[in-house]
Structure formats: C-alpha cells, structure tokens
Design a protein around this ligand. Structure first.
Ligand SMILES: Nc1ncnc2c1ncn2[C@@H]1O[C@H](COP(=O)(O)OP(=O)(O)OP(=O)(O)O)[C@@H](O)[C@H]1O
Ligand SMILES: [Mg+2]
Length: 504
C-alpha cells in the first residue's frame, strides 16, 4: 500500500510512528559545494589588483656560524665538499651525483683542498680497473698540456694507447736493440766543460746522489738466503770513490766519462792503488775481503738474468716532446717478478735522470704500473722509490704508482722493523690514494696503514667490488666514491682481458 502523501488522515509514516517505528527519512539533498580553486592563472606581472603585482626579490639567506665538526650534525645528509671542476673529468662522484674531476697539481695549489703533493698511489685487487682508470686519467690530462712517461710497462698494456697517440713504445728485452744505462748522466751532464766550479759541484752532488741511491737499491735487492745484502756506509764510500775515479770527476776532468754497471764492477774487481788508499784499506787483500759481498752482488747484475739490458750506454733516443713515451717490459716476464722489479729500479733511476732539468711548464705524469714488483725488493729498493717520489714536489711531476694492496710495501721487512716504517712513510708521501675493490681480508690493513674507518672499508670491500672502475678516492683527509666512466674508444684502449679470452 502506498502511503498517502497529504490530507487530514494519517500517512503510513505517522501511523507507524504512532506504533513506535520511525521510518528512515530520505536525506535532504546537500547544497553543492565547490572546492576552492588553488591554482589561478597569473599573468607575467602578477594579478591586476592592488598589492597583486610581482617584483624580483632574493630569498632571505640565513647565516650560521659553527665549526666544521659541528656542521655535519646539523646537515648530516650533505656529502663531502666537492672538488673544483678542474683537470680530468673521470666519472661520477656517487655521493654528490655530479662529475668527478681529478687534478692532482691543481689540488696542491688550491687552498681548500687538503693536499700538499700531487703523488698518487692506486691500490686494488687484480682486474678491478686500476690500469684503466690510470689510462683514462692520462688521456684526459693530455688536453691540459701534460705529457706522460710510462716508466716500465710490464704487461705491454700501454702500447695500444701509445700507438693511438702516434707514438711507438720502446721494447726492452734480450735480443732487442734498446739499452738503458741507469747510470746515465742525463741532461745534467750536458756542457760539463763550460760549467763554473760551483755549478759543476751542485750538479755532481745530484748525479752522484742518484747513482748511489740506485746502486744501493740494486745491491740491496740481492739475497743471501732469506736476508737481503746489506749496504752500509763503507760500501757507500767505496762506490762513491769508484764512481769519482771512473768518471774522471776526482781528477777534475773537463769531459766526464759516463759510467756503466760493468765498468763500475771492473773498477772494484781490479782496484787501482789510489782507490784502495782513498777508501782507507790496508792493502789489496783487505779491499778484496771487505768488498767481496758488494762486488759479488754487482757482479750478479752484470752476468745475471738481466745481463745486456741495463749495462751499456743508452741506445734509445727519446722524443721528450711527444705526448707519451713508454718502455715495454713484457719480454722480461719469464725471468720472474724479481728480475722485473730490478728492471723497474733501473728504469726509475734513469727516468729520474731524464727529469732533472725539466723545462718550466713541462709537466709530466710518470706512471709506475705494477710498482709492487719493485717495492718487494727490500728496504733499499723502497728507499730508491721513495727518493723518486720526493722529487715531484720540486719539479711538479705527478708520480702515479700502482700496487695491489697497501701491505705490498710492508713485505720489505719484519713487522716493526725500520723497513716497515720506511714503507709507511712512503705511503704518506702520496696525499692522493685511489682505492679500488679489495677482498674483505685486506680491510684490516686499510685501517692500520691508511687509517680508514669502517664505512670506507665497507665501500672498498663491498661497493667497489661490485663493478670495475669503482674506487674510493682519498684526497687528503676527504674521500670520494667514484665510478670511472670509460668512453667506448677507451674501452678498446684499456681492454686487458684479451689473453684470458683467448685462453677460454
Ligand atoms: N671503469 C670501467 N668501466 C668498464 N670497464 C672497465 C673499467 N675499468 C676497467 N675495466 C675493464 O676491466 C678490465 C680490467 O681492468 P684493468 O686492466 O684496468 O685492471 P687492473 O686493476 O689494472 O688489473 P691488474 O692488477 O691485473 O693489472 C679491462 O679489460 C678493462 O677494460
Ligand atoms: Mg693493471
């Protein structure tokens, strides 16, 4: 039955209400309500009404003053201060998301970057991209006028790069014409006859000092059983005096004779009476007895595995104006790591000689790939390496050394020995360290030798192991998480897996 809508009689609703049941009422329709429009079209100069116009006004900048160790508490999510965008654009700084630029000399000159020398040590497990990052760096620095010297390329892996730049690398090995005399005078020997006595004395101090460092490194790399051959002050005097006689410097000759290692050895093997007297030995017998170890160690270099490579006058004519020069050493690989290490020591000394009179503005990146082979030759070899690195502050070269792990430098001696402290000092000589991926077993030494905390260790043993070319760059006290990005052309130039691929 339909309720009656109106009239005097009761409708169904009222009827039911009288019996205690209220029918639900149909809700009254709500008045339609429009949401306020939040977005108004505004003309360029604002609304056309009083107070609605716009004019440019800079935002208020709030100023805060605090120390640098308080600031990270208030702004914890801000990454390390960025480096200036100068030098080689290498890849991505993962913490800021921006580009990462490497400019070691620029960093030394910039007050805000806590770096005092441009030397770089690059560490990483084999195959992590140490050499590729080095190659990308040198390629990109060429545009800024740098030249490159690869002081020993044990795997010939820089050859492609050299050829791409139009330079033929020098190959060193038995049966090849290239010889390097590590006792080269270098440019300091030019025009000796015309030098005034003071300048001659200054130059001779530099040259003799370099030769002595080399002989110390070479003799000290020889072994007697487990021990390295010692090189003490008496040996030093004998070598210095012998070199003085050999070159003619002692007798005041105007034209000096360039020494070689075999000539030096012969000088000691058949000593002149003056040499015996000057070194204060009683007689020839006494000289022979006291210098036996020294003579035999030098003799090893003359007749040992490297005979014929570093024992004659230099035969290569290096064009120092070319963008890159490299000395390929892969032919020495079958002779073992120690022989390659000795070859690197000889090359380092020769390379140092070549840089002793660098022209102003002739800045060079000197790359020592596989430096660990030299650093494992004992404390004297480390000292010789150390001497080369120290020079860089003077002549502005960037020394770039590559090893596997920081403790490579410690294998030169027992824990706590003098050798170990020399090696640690050497680490401090490079203010820039590029730390590629490492196994977790190496994490502890990252802390003890480099002072890296757990976050940095985690990045090196975790994140950096998950991709090639990833590295933690320690620039002074600051660290940057960097992925090196290679250009497709660079992929080809840096590819080092050819041998592995062929073996598969
Ligand atoms: N950033 C990168 N992007 C892509 N590929 C890379 C990168 N870095 C390196 N590679 C590739 O990884 C391979 C190994 O690199 P590289 O030879 O530089 O390693 P390494 O650390 O020098 O090894 P080793 O200690 O054996 O000399 C190369 O074929 C190279 O092309
Ligand atoms: Mg390499």
């Amino acid at each position: 039955m339909r309720p009656r809508a109106s009239g005097g009689s009761r409708d169904v609703a009222r009827l039911l209400a009288d019996f205690g049941h209220d029918l639900p009422r149909h809700p009254a329709p709500q008045a339609r309500h429009r949401e306020p429009n939040l977005h108004h079209h505004a003309p360029m100069r604002g609304q056309l009404r009083r107070g609605g116009g716009w004019s440019a006004a800079s935002a208020q900048v709030s100023t805060w003053r605090m120390t640098s160790d308080q600031a990270p508490v208030l702004w914890p999510l801000i990454a390390t201060p960025g480096l200036p965008p100068t030098g080689a654009q290498l890849g991505i700084d993962q913490l800021s998301g921006g580009s990462f630029y490497a400019d070691p000399l620029g960093w030394v000159l910039a007050d805000e970057v806590p770096v005092t020398n441009p030397n770089v040590f690059s560490f990483g497990k084999p195959g992590r991209g140490k050499s590729a990052t080095t190659k990308a760096f040198i390629l990109r620095m060429l545009d800024f006028g740098y030249r490159v010297l690869i002081l020993g390329d044990p795997k010939d892996e820089y050859e492609n790069l050299c050829r791409a730049l139009g330079v033929e690398p020098f190959a060193i090995g038995h049966g090849l014409p290239a010889r390097i005399n590590p006792l080269d005078f270098g440019p300091l020997g030019h025009g000796w006859a015309d030098l005034d006595p003071a300048e001659a004395q200054r130059r001779s101090a530099v040259v003799f000092g370099r030769w002595l460092t080399l002989i110390r490194g070479l003799v000290g790399s020889q072994r007697i059983g487990d021990q390295r051959v010692p090189f003490g002050p008496t040996d030093e005097t004998v070598i210095k005096t012998a070199l003085g006689h050999l070159t003619g410097y002692t007798t005041g000759a105007t034209r000096l004779v360039e020494p070689t290692i075999p000539a030096l050895w012969r000088q000691l093997d058949e000593p002149a009476a003056e040499l015996i007297g000057e070194c204060r030995y009683r007689d020839r017998r006494d000289f022979y007895d006291s210098t036996r170890l020294l003579r035999d160690a030098l003799g090893q270099l003359v007749s040992g595995a490297l005979a014929g490579l570093f024992d004659g006058p230099t035969t290569i004519n290096v064009d120092w104006h070319a963008p890159i020069q490299s000395l390929s050493l892969s032919r020495l690989e079958p002779l073992g790591d120690e022989a390659v290490g000795i070859a690197l020591t000889c090359l380092n000394s020769w390379g140092r000689a070549m840089r002793e009179m660098a022209e102003l503005g002739d800045v060079r990146i000197v790359v020592r790939d596989e430096a660990w082979k030299q650093l494992r030759l004992g404390p004297e070899a480390v000292k010789s390496f150390d001497a080369d690195l120290r020079l860089s502050r003077r002549d502005g070269d960037i020394q770039w050394a590559i090893a596997h792990k920081p403790s490579d430098l410690l294998s030169v001696g027992d824990q706590g020995s003098q050798a170990v402290s020399i090696a640690k000092d050497l680490l401090h000589l490079a203010d820039i360290k590029v730390l590629h991926g490492q196994d977790p077993g190496v994490a502890a030494e990252l802390e003890t030798l480099l002072g890296l905390g757990p976050i940095a260790q985690g990045l090196i043993t975790g994140w950096a192991m998950q991709g090639r070319g990833r590295a933690l760059w320690c620039v002074g006290e600051q660290t940057y998480k960097v992925q090196t990005v290679l250009h497709p052309l660079e992929h080809h130039l840096t590819y080092t897996n050819t041998a592995l691929e062929k073996a598969r």
